[in-house]
Design a protein around this ligand. Structure first.
Ligand SMILES: [Fe+2]
Ligand SMILES: [Fe+2]
Length: 235
């Protein structure tokens, strides 16, 4: 396999969704940082292009991976809501309970848990309102654009670019909160004196981070640019 080092990381994952986990392991940001060319992303992480290429070629393509570049925008928006949004809505309240419990039981010995709770509470609040904006405003507009023929008329003269740039800025903020939580917990590690709840919490946070990266990638690198291209093509 020969990779084009000038391809952006986001495009590579859009074409090869099975590579998301490999980029995740290598610490290469393919969602909010998906616009960067592969060589730049490797340099930033101090990785050799050849090593990254070897890691990617070792990944097998799952039989049923869907190519979201070829599906309808409506199918992609539905999929994002039904998988990633549903997952977050189940995990965010669960994590509040888990983290609260950790602060009570381990907070004295692990002062960083209070900071973790503060960062998580902020992330949860922002994400809950973010999901609502996508579900109530942006995704319905995208579905309507796809279902309507001819030029598109937006209410109040606005287009898609404004709402999309707001969503992207909120994705950046969420990615920063995740990074901060990763730092506070040493990469979601359970300390030697941690209990089973500690491990469960760290595992659940790591799972939310992985899922959110995939979720943001599908929006930033596939759904939003395809919707913008559709509006531009209609004139
Ligand atoms: Fe979303
Ligand atoms: Fe989003």
């Amino acid at each position: 396999m020969k990779l084009n080092q000038h391809d952006t990381v986001g495009d590579l994952v859009a074409r090869n969704p099975q590579w998301a986990a490999a980029f995740e392991r290598l610490g290469i940001d393919y969602c909010c940082g998906g616009h960067r060319p592969l060589d730049e992303a490797c340099t930033q992480r101090g990785l050799k292009l050849d090593d990254v290429e070897a890691a990617l070629s070792a990944v097998e393509r799952p039989a049923e991976a869907r190519d979201w570049r070829a599906e309808s925008l409506t199918a992609l928006a539905d999929h994002i809501e039904q998988t990633h949004h549903v997952f977050l809505k189940s995990q965010l309240p669960r994590l509040t309970e888990l983290i609260d419990k950790l602060v009570v039981v381990h907070g004295r010995r692990h002062g960083e848990l209070a900071d973790l709770r503060e960062v998580f509470d902020g992330l949860r609040m922002e994400l809950e309102s973010h999901l609502q904006k996508e579900e109530i405003v942006l995704f319905p507009v995208i579905r309507k654009i796809e279902a309507t023929e001819g030029p598109i008329e937006f209410h109040c003269g606005g287009g898609l670019d404004g709402p999309i740039s707001v969503m992207e800025a909120e994705h950046d903020a969420a990615a920063e909160a995740l990074q901060r939580m990763g730092e506070l917990t040493g990469g979601y590690a359970t300390p030697a004196d941690g209990c089973a709840t500690y491990r469960t919490t760290m595992d659940a946070l790591a799972a939310v981070e992985r899922d959110l990266h995939e979720h943001i990638h599908k929006e930033n690198n596939i759904l939003f640019p395809r919707a913008q291209a559709l509006v531009a093509a209609r004139g």
